[in-house]
Design a binder for this molecule. Structure first.
Ligand SMILES: Nc1ncnc2c1ncn2[C@@H]1O[C@H](COP(=O)(O)OP(=O)(O)OP(=O)(O)O)[C@@H](O)[C@H]1O
Ligand SMILES: [Mg+2]
Length: 351
């Protein structure tokens, strides 16, 4: 009876903790929140001034007494206190429940990068507990992305997901609900944006990350487009300090993106090289490689990757939300996960 009441009070949640954007899934409701993973603080007092959209708008625009930072990079907690502050903000947005309901802590399924260590996993769990989560279940991001993209993850058949976010590119070959081979590249969409900043710097034009990202999204590509485009970009002349505007073509942007794009291609190639002939033939003859994450939307990336590795490549139907959708599916099994964990704990106590 008590357990039924408790289950009714609990609102289990799923979180895709991204370096640039975090997304939250609620049982029965779907994706309920998408928020920039940014926290602005006063460094002296460590006082949190803003979180989410408001803090994102402060990036690159703060006076000396404020810093706006992304507390996660490379799928790893870069600042523990800020990550906890971020979790608190998210839970504050989700739960406006009466005091008696707060006694029941929500359980959470959190997607983390496949490249993080046990210590880093522990840091994510501790930050979530400190912010008010009860039980935490971690799931590797590529598995969540593959489930969300509709890949046959639990079948005895190889499938491959390449999740290209802001700070990491998680490459994984999955079969029988587990990762057989994986590679976590600590460079993705952010690295592409930085390459564009560097390109303009080489032309004596200093531009901010937001403007560089706008160039990438507007005319960036990984391989030649049917009709090439151009746009004007404004910034500051790096020599004279005066305002300056330059016209840039999609061919030039593609050239600027060559290095980060080829790093992604190499990571995929490296992972494919490690897989056995049976898995390789599953990939070649089956669903091929599926791309997810915001960075996978770079024009022509699927085409280039397919040409380079000789396997069909396609973009997930909803690449940006594939991971959180997959987390949502796992969230549906949270009672089973909790029971299994209890069983495992019971067995280890007996030993
Ligand atoms: N149309 C587009 N073309 C190219 N890149 C894009 C496009 N739209 C978004 N991006 C890039 O996608 C990245 C953000 O993707 P996403 O929200 O999946 O990252 P994240 O989940 O926060 O990061 P991570 O998974 O690395 O922790 C940014 O680098 C952004 O510039
Ligand atoms: Mg992501």
């Amino acid at each position: 009876m008590f357990s039924k009441f408790k289950n009714h009070m609990l609102t289990d949640i799923g979180i895709d903790l991204g370096a640039m954007n975090s997304r939250v899934f609620m049982k029965g409701k779907g994706v309920v929140l998408e928020v920039p993973t940014v926290v602005a603080i006063q460094p002296d007092s460590k006082r949190v001034l803003a979180v989410g959209d408001e803090a994102r708008d402060m990036l690159g625009r703060t006076p000396g007494n404020i810093v706006a930072v992304r507390p996660l990079t490379g799928g790893v907690i870069a600042d523990y206190d800020l990550t906890e502050a971020f979790f608190r903000y998210v839970f504050g947005k989700l739960f406006t429940r009466p005091w008696w309901a707060r006694c029941f802590k929500p359980r959470a399924v959190i997607a983390v990068s496949s490249g993080i260590t046990e210590v880093e996993k522990c840091a994510v769990e501790t930050a979530a507990h400190a912010a008010g989560v009860g039980e935490v279940f971690l799931i590797e991001r590529p598995i969540a992305a593959a489930i969300g993209a509709g890949l046959p993850v639990s079948e005895p058949k190889g499938s491959m997901i390449v999740d290209i976010g802001a700070s990491t590119c998680d490459v994984a070959i999955i079969s029988l609900a587990g990762i057989v081979h994986s590679c976590c590249l600590p460079a993705a969409g952010d690295a592409m944006t930085s390459s564009i900043v560097d390109y303009f710097h080489g032309q004596n034009l200093d531009i901010g990350e937001c403007d560089a990202e706008a160039v990438k999204i507007s005319i960036g590509s990984a391989c030649p487009m049917e009709s090439e485009q151009s746009m004007e970009v404004s910034g500051r002349d790096s020599e004279t300090g005066e305002p300056k505007t330059l016209k840039v073509t999609s061919e030039e942007v593609r050239e600027a993106l060559k290095k980060p794009v080829s790093e992604i291609v190499d990571a995929v190639r490296k992972t494919l090289k490690r897989c056995g002939p049976q898995l390789f033939s599953d990939l070649k003859g089956g669903v091929g490689i599926v791309l997810s994450g915001g960075g996978s939307q770079l024009r022509g990336l699927d085409k280039l990757l397919s040409k380079e590795v000789g396997i069909p490549v396609r973009l997930a139907d909803n690449p940006v939300v594939a991971t959180i959708e997959g987390v949502g599916v796992v969230l549906g099994e949270i009672d089973f996960l909790a029971k299994n964990r209890k069983k495992c704990r019971g067995k280890s106590d007996e030993m």
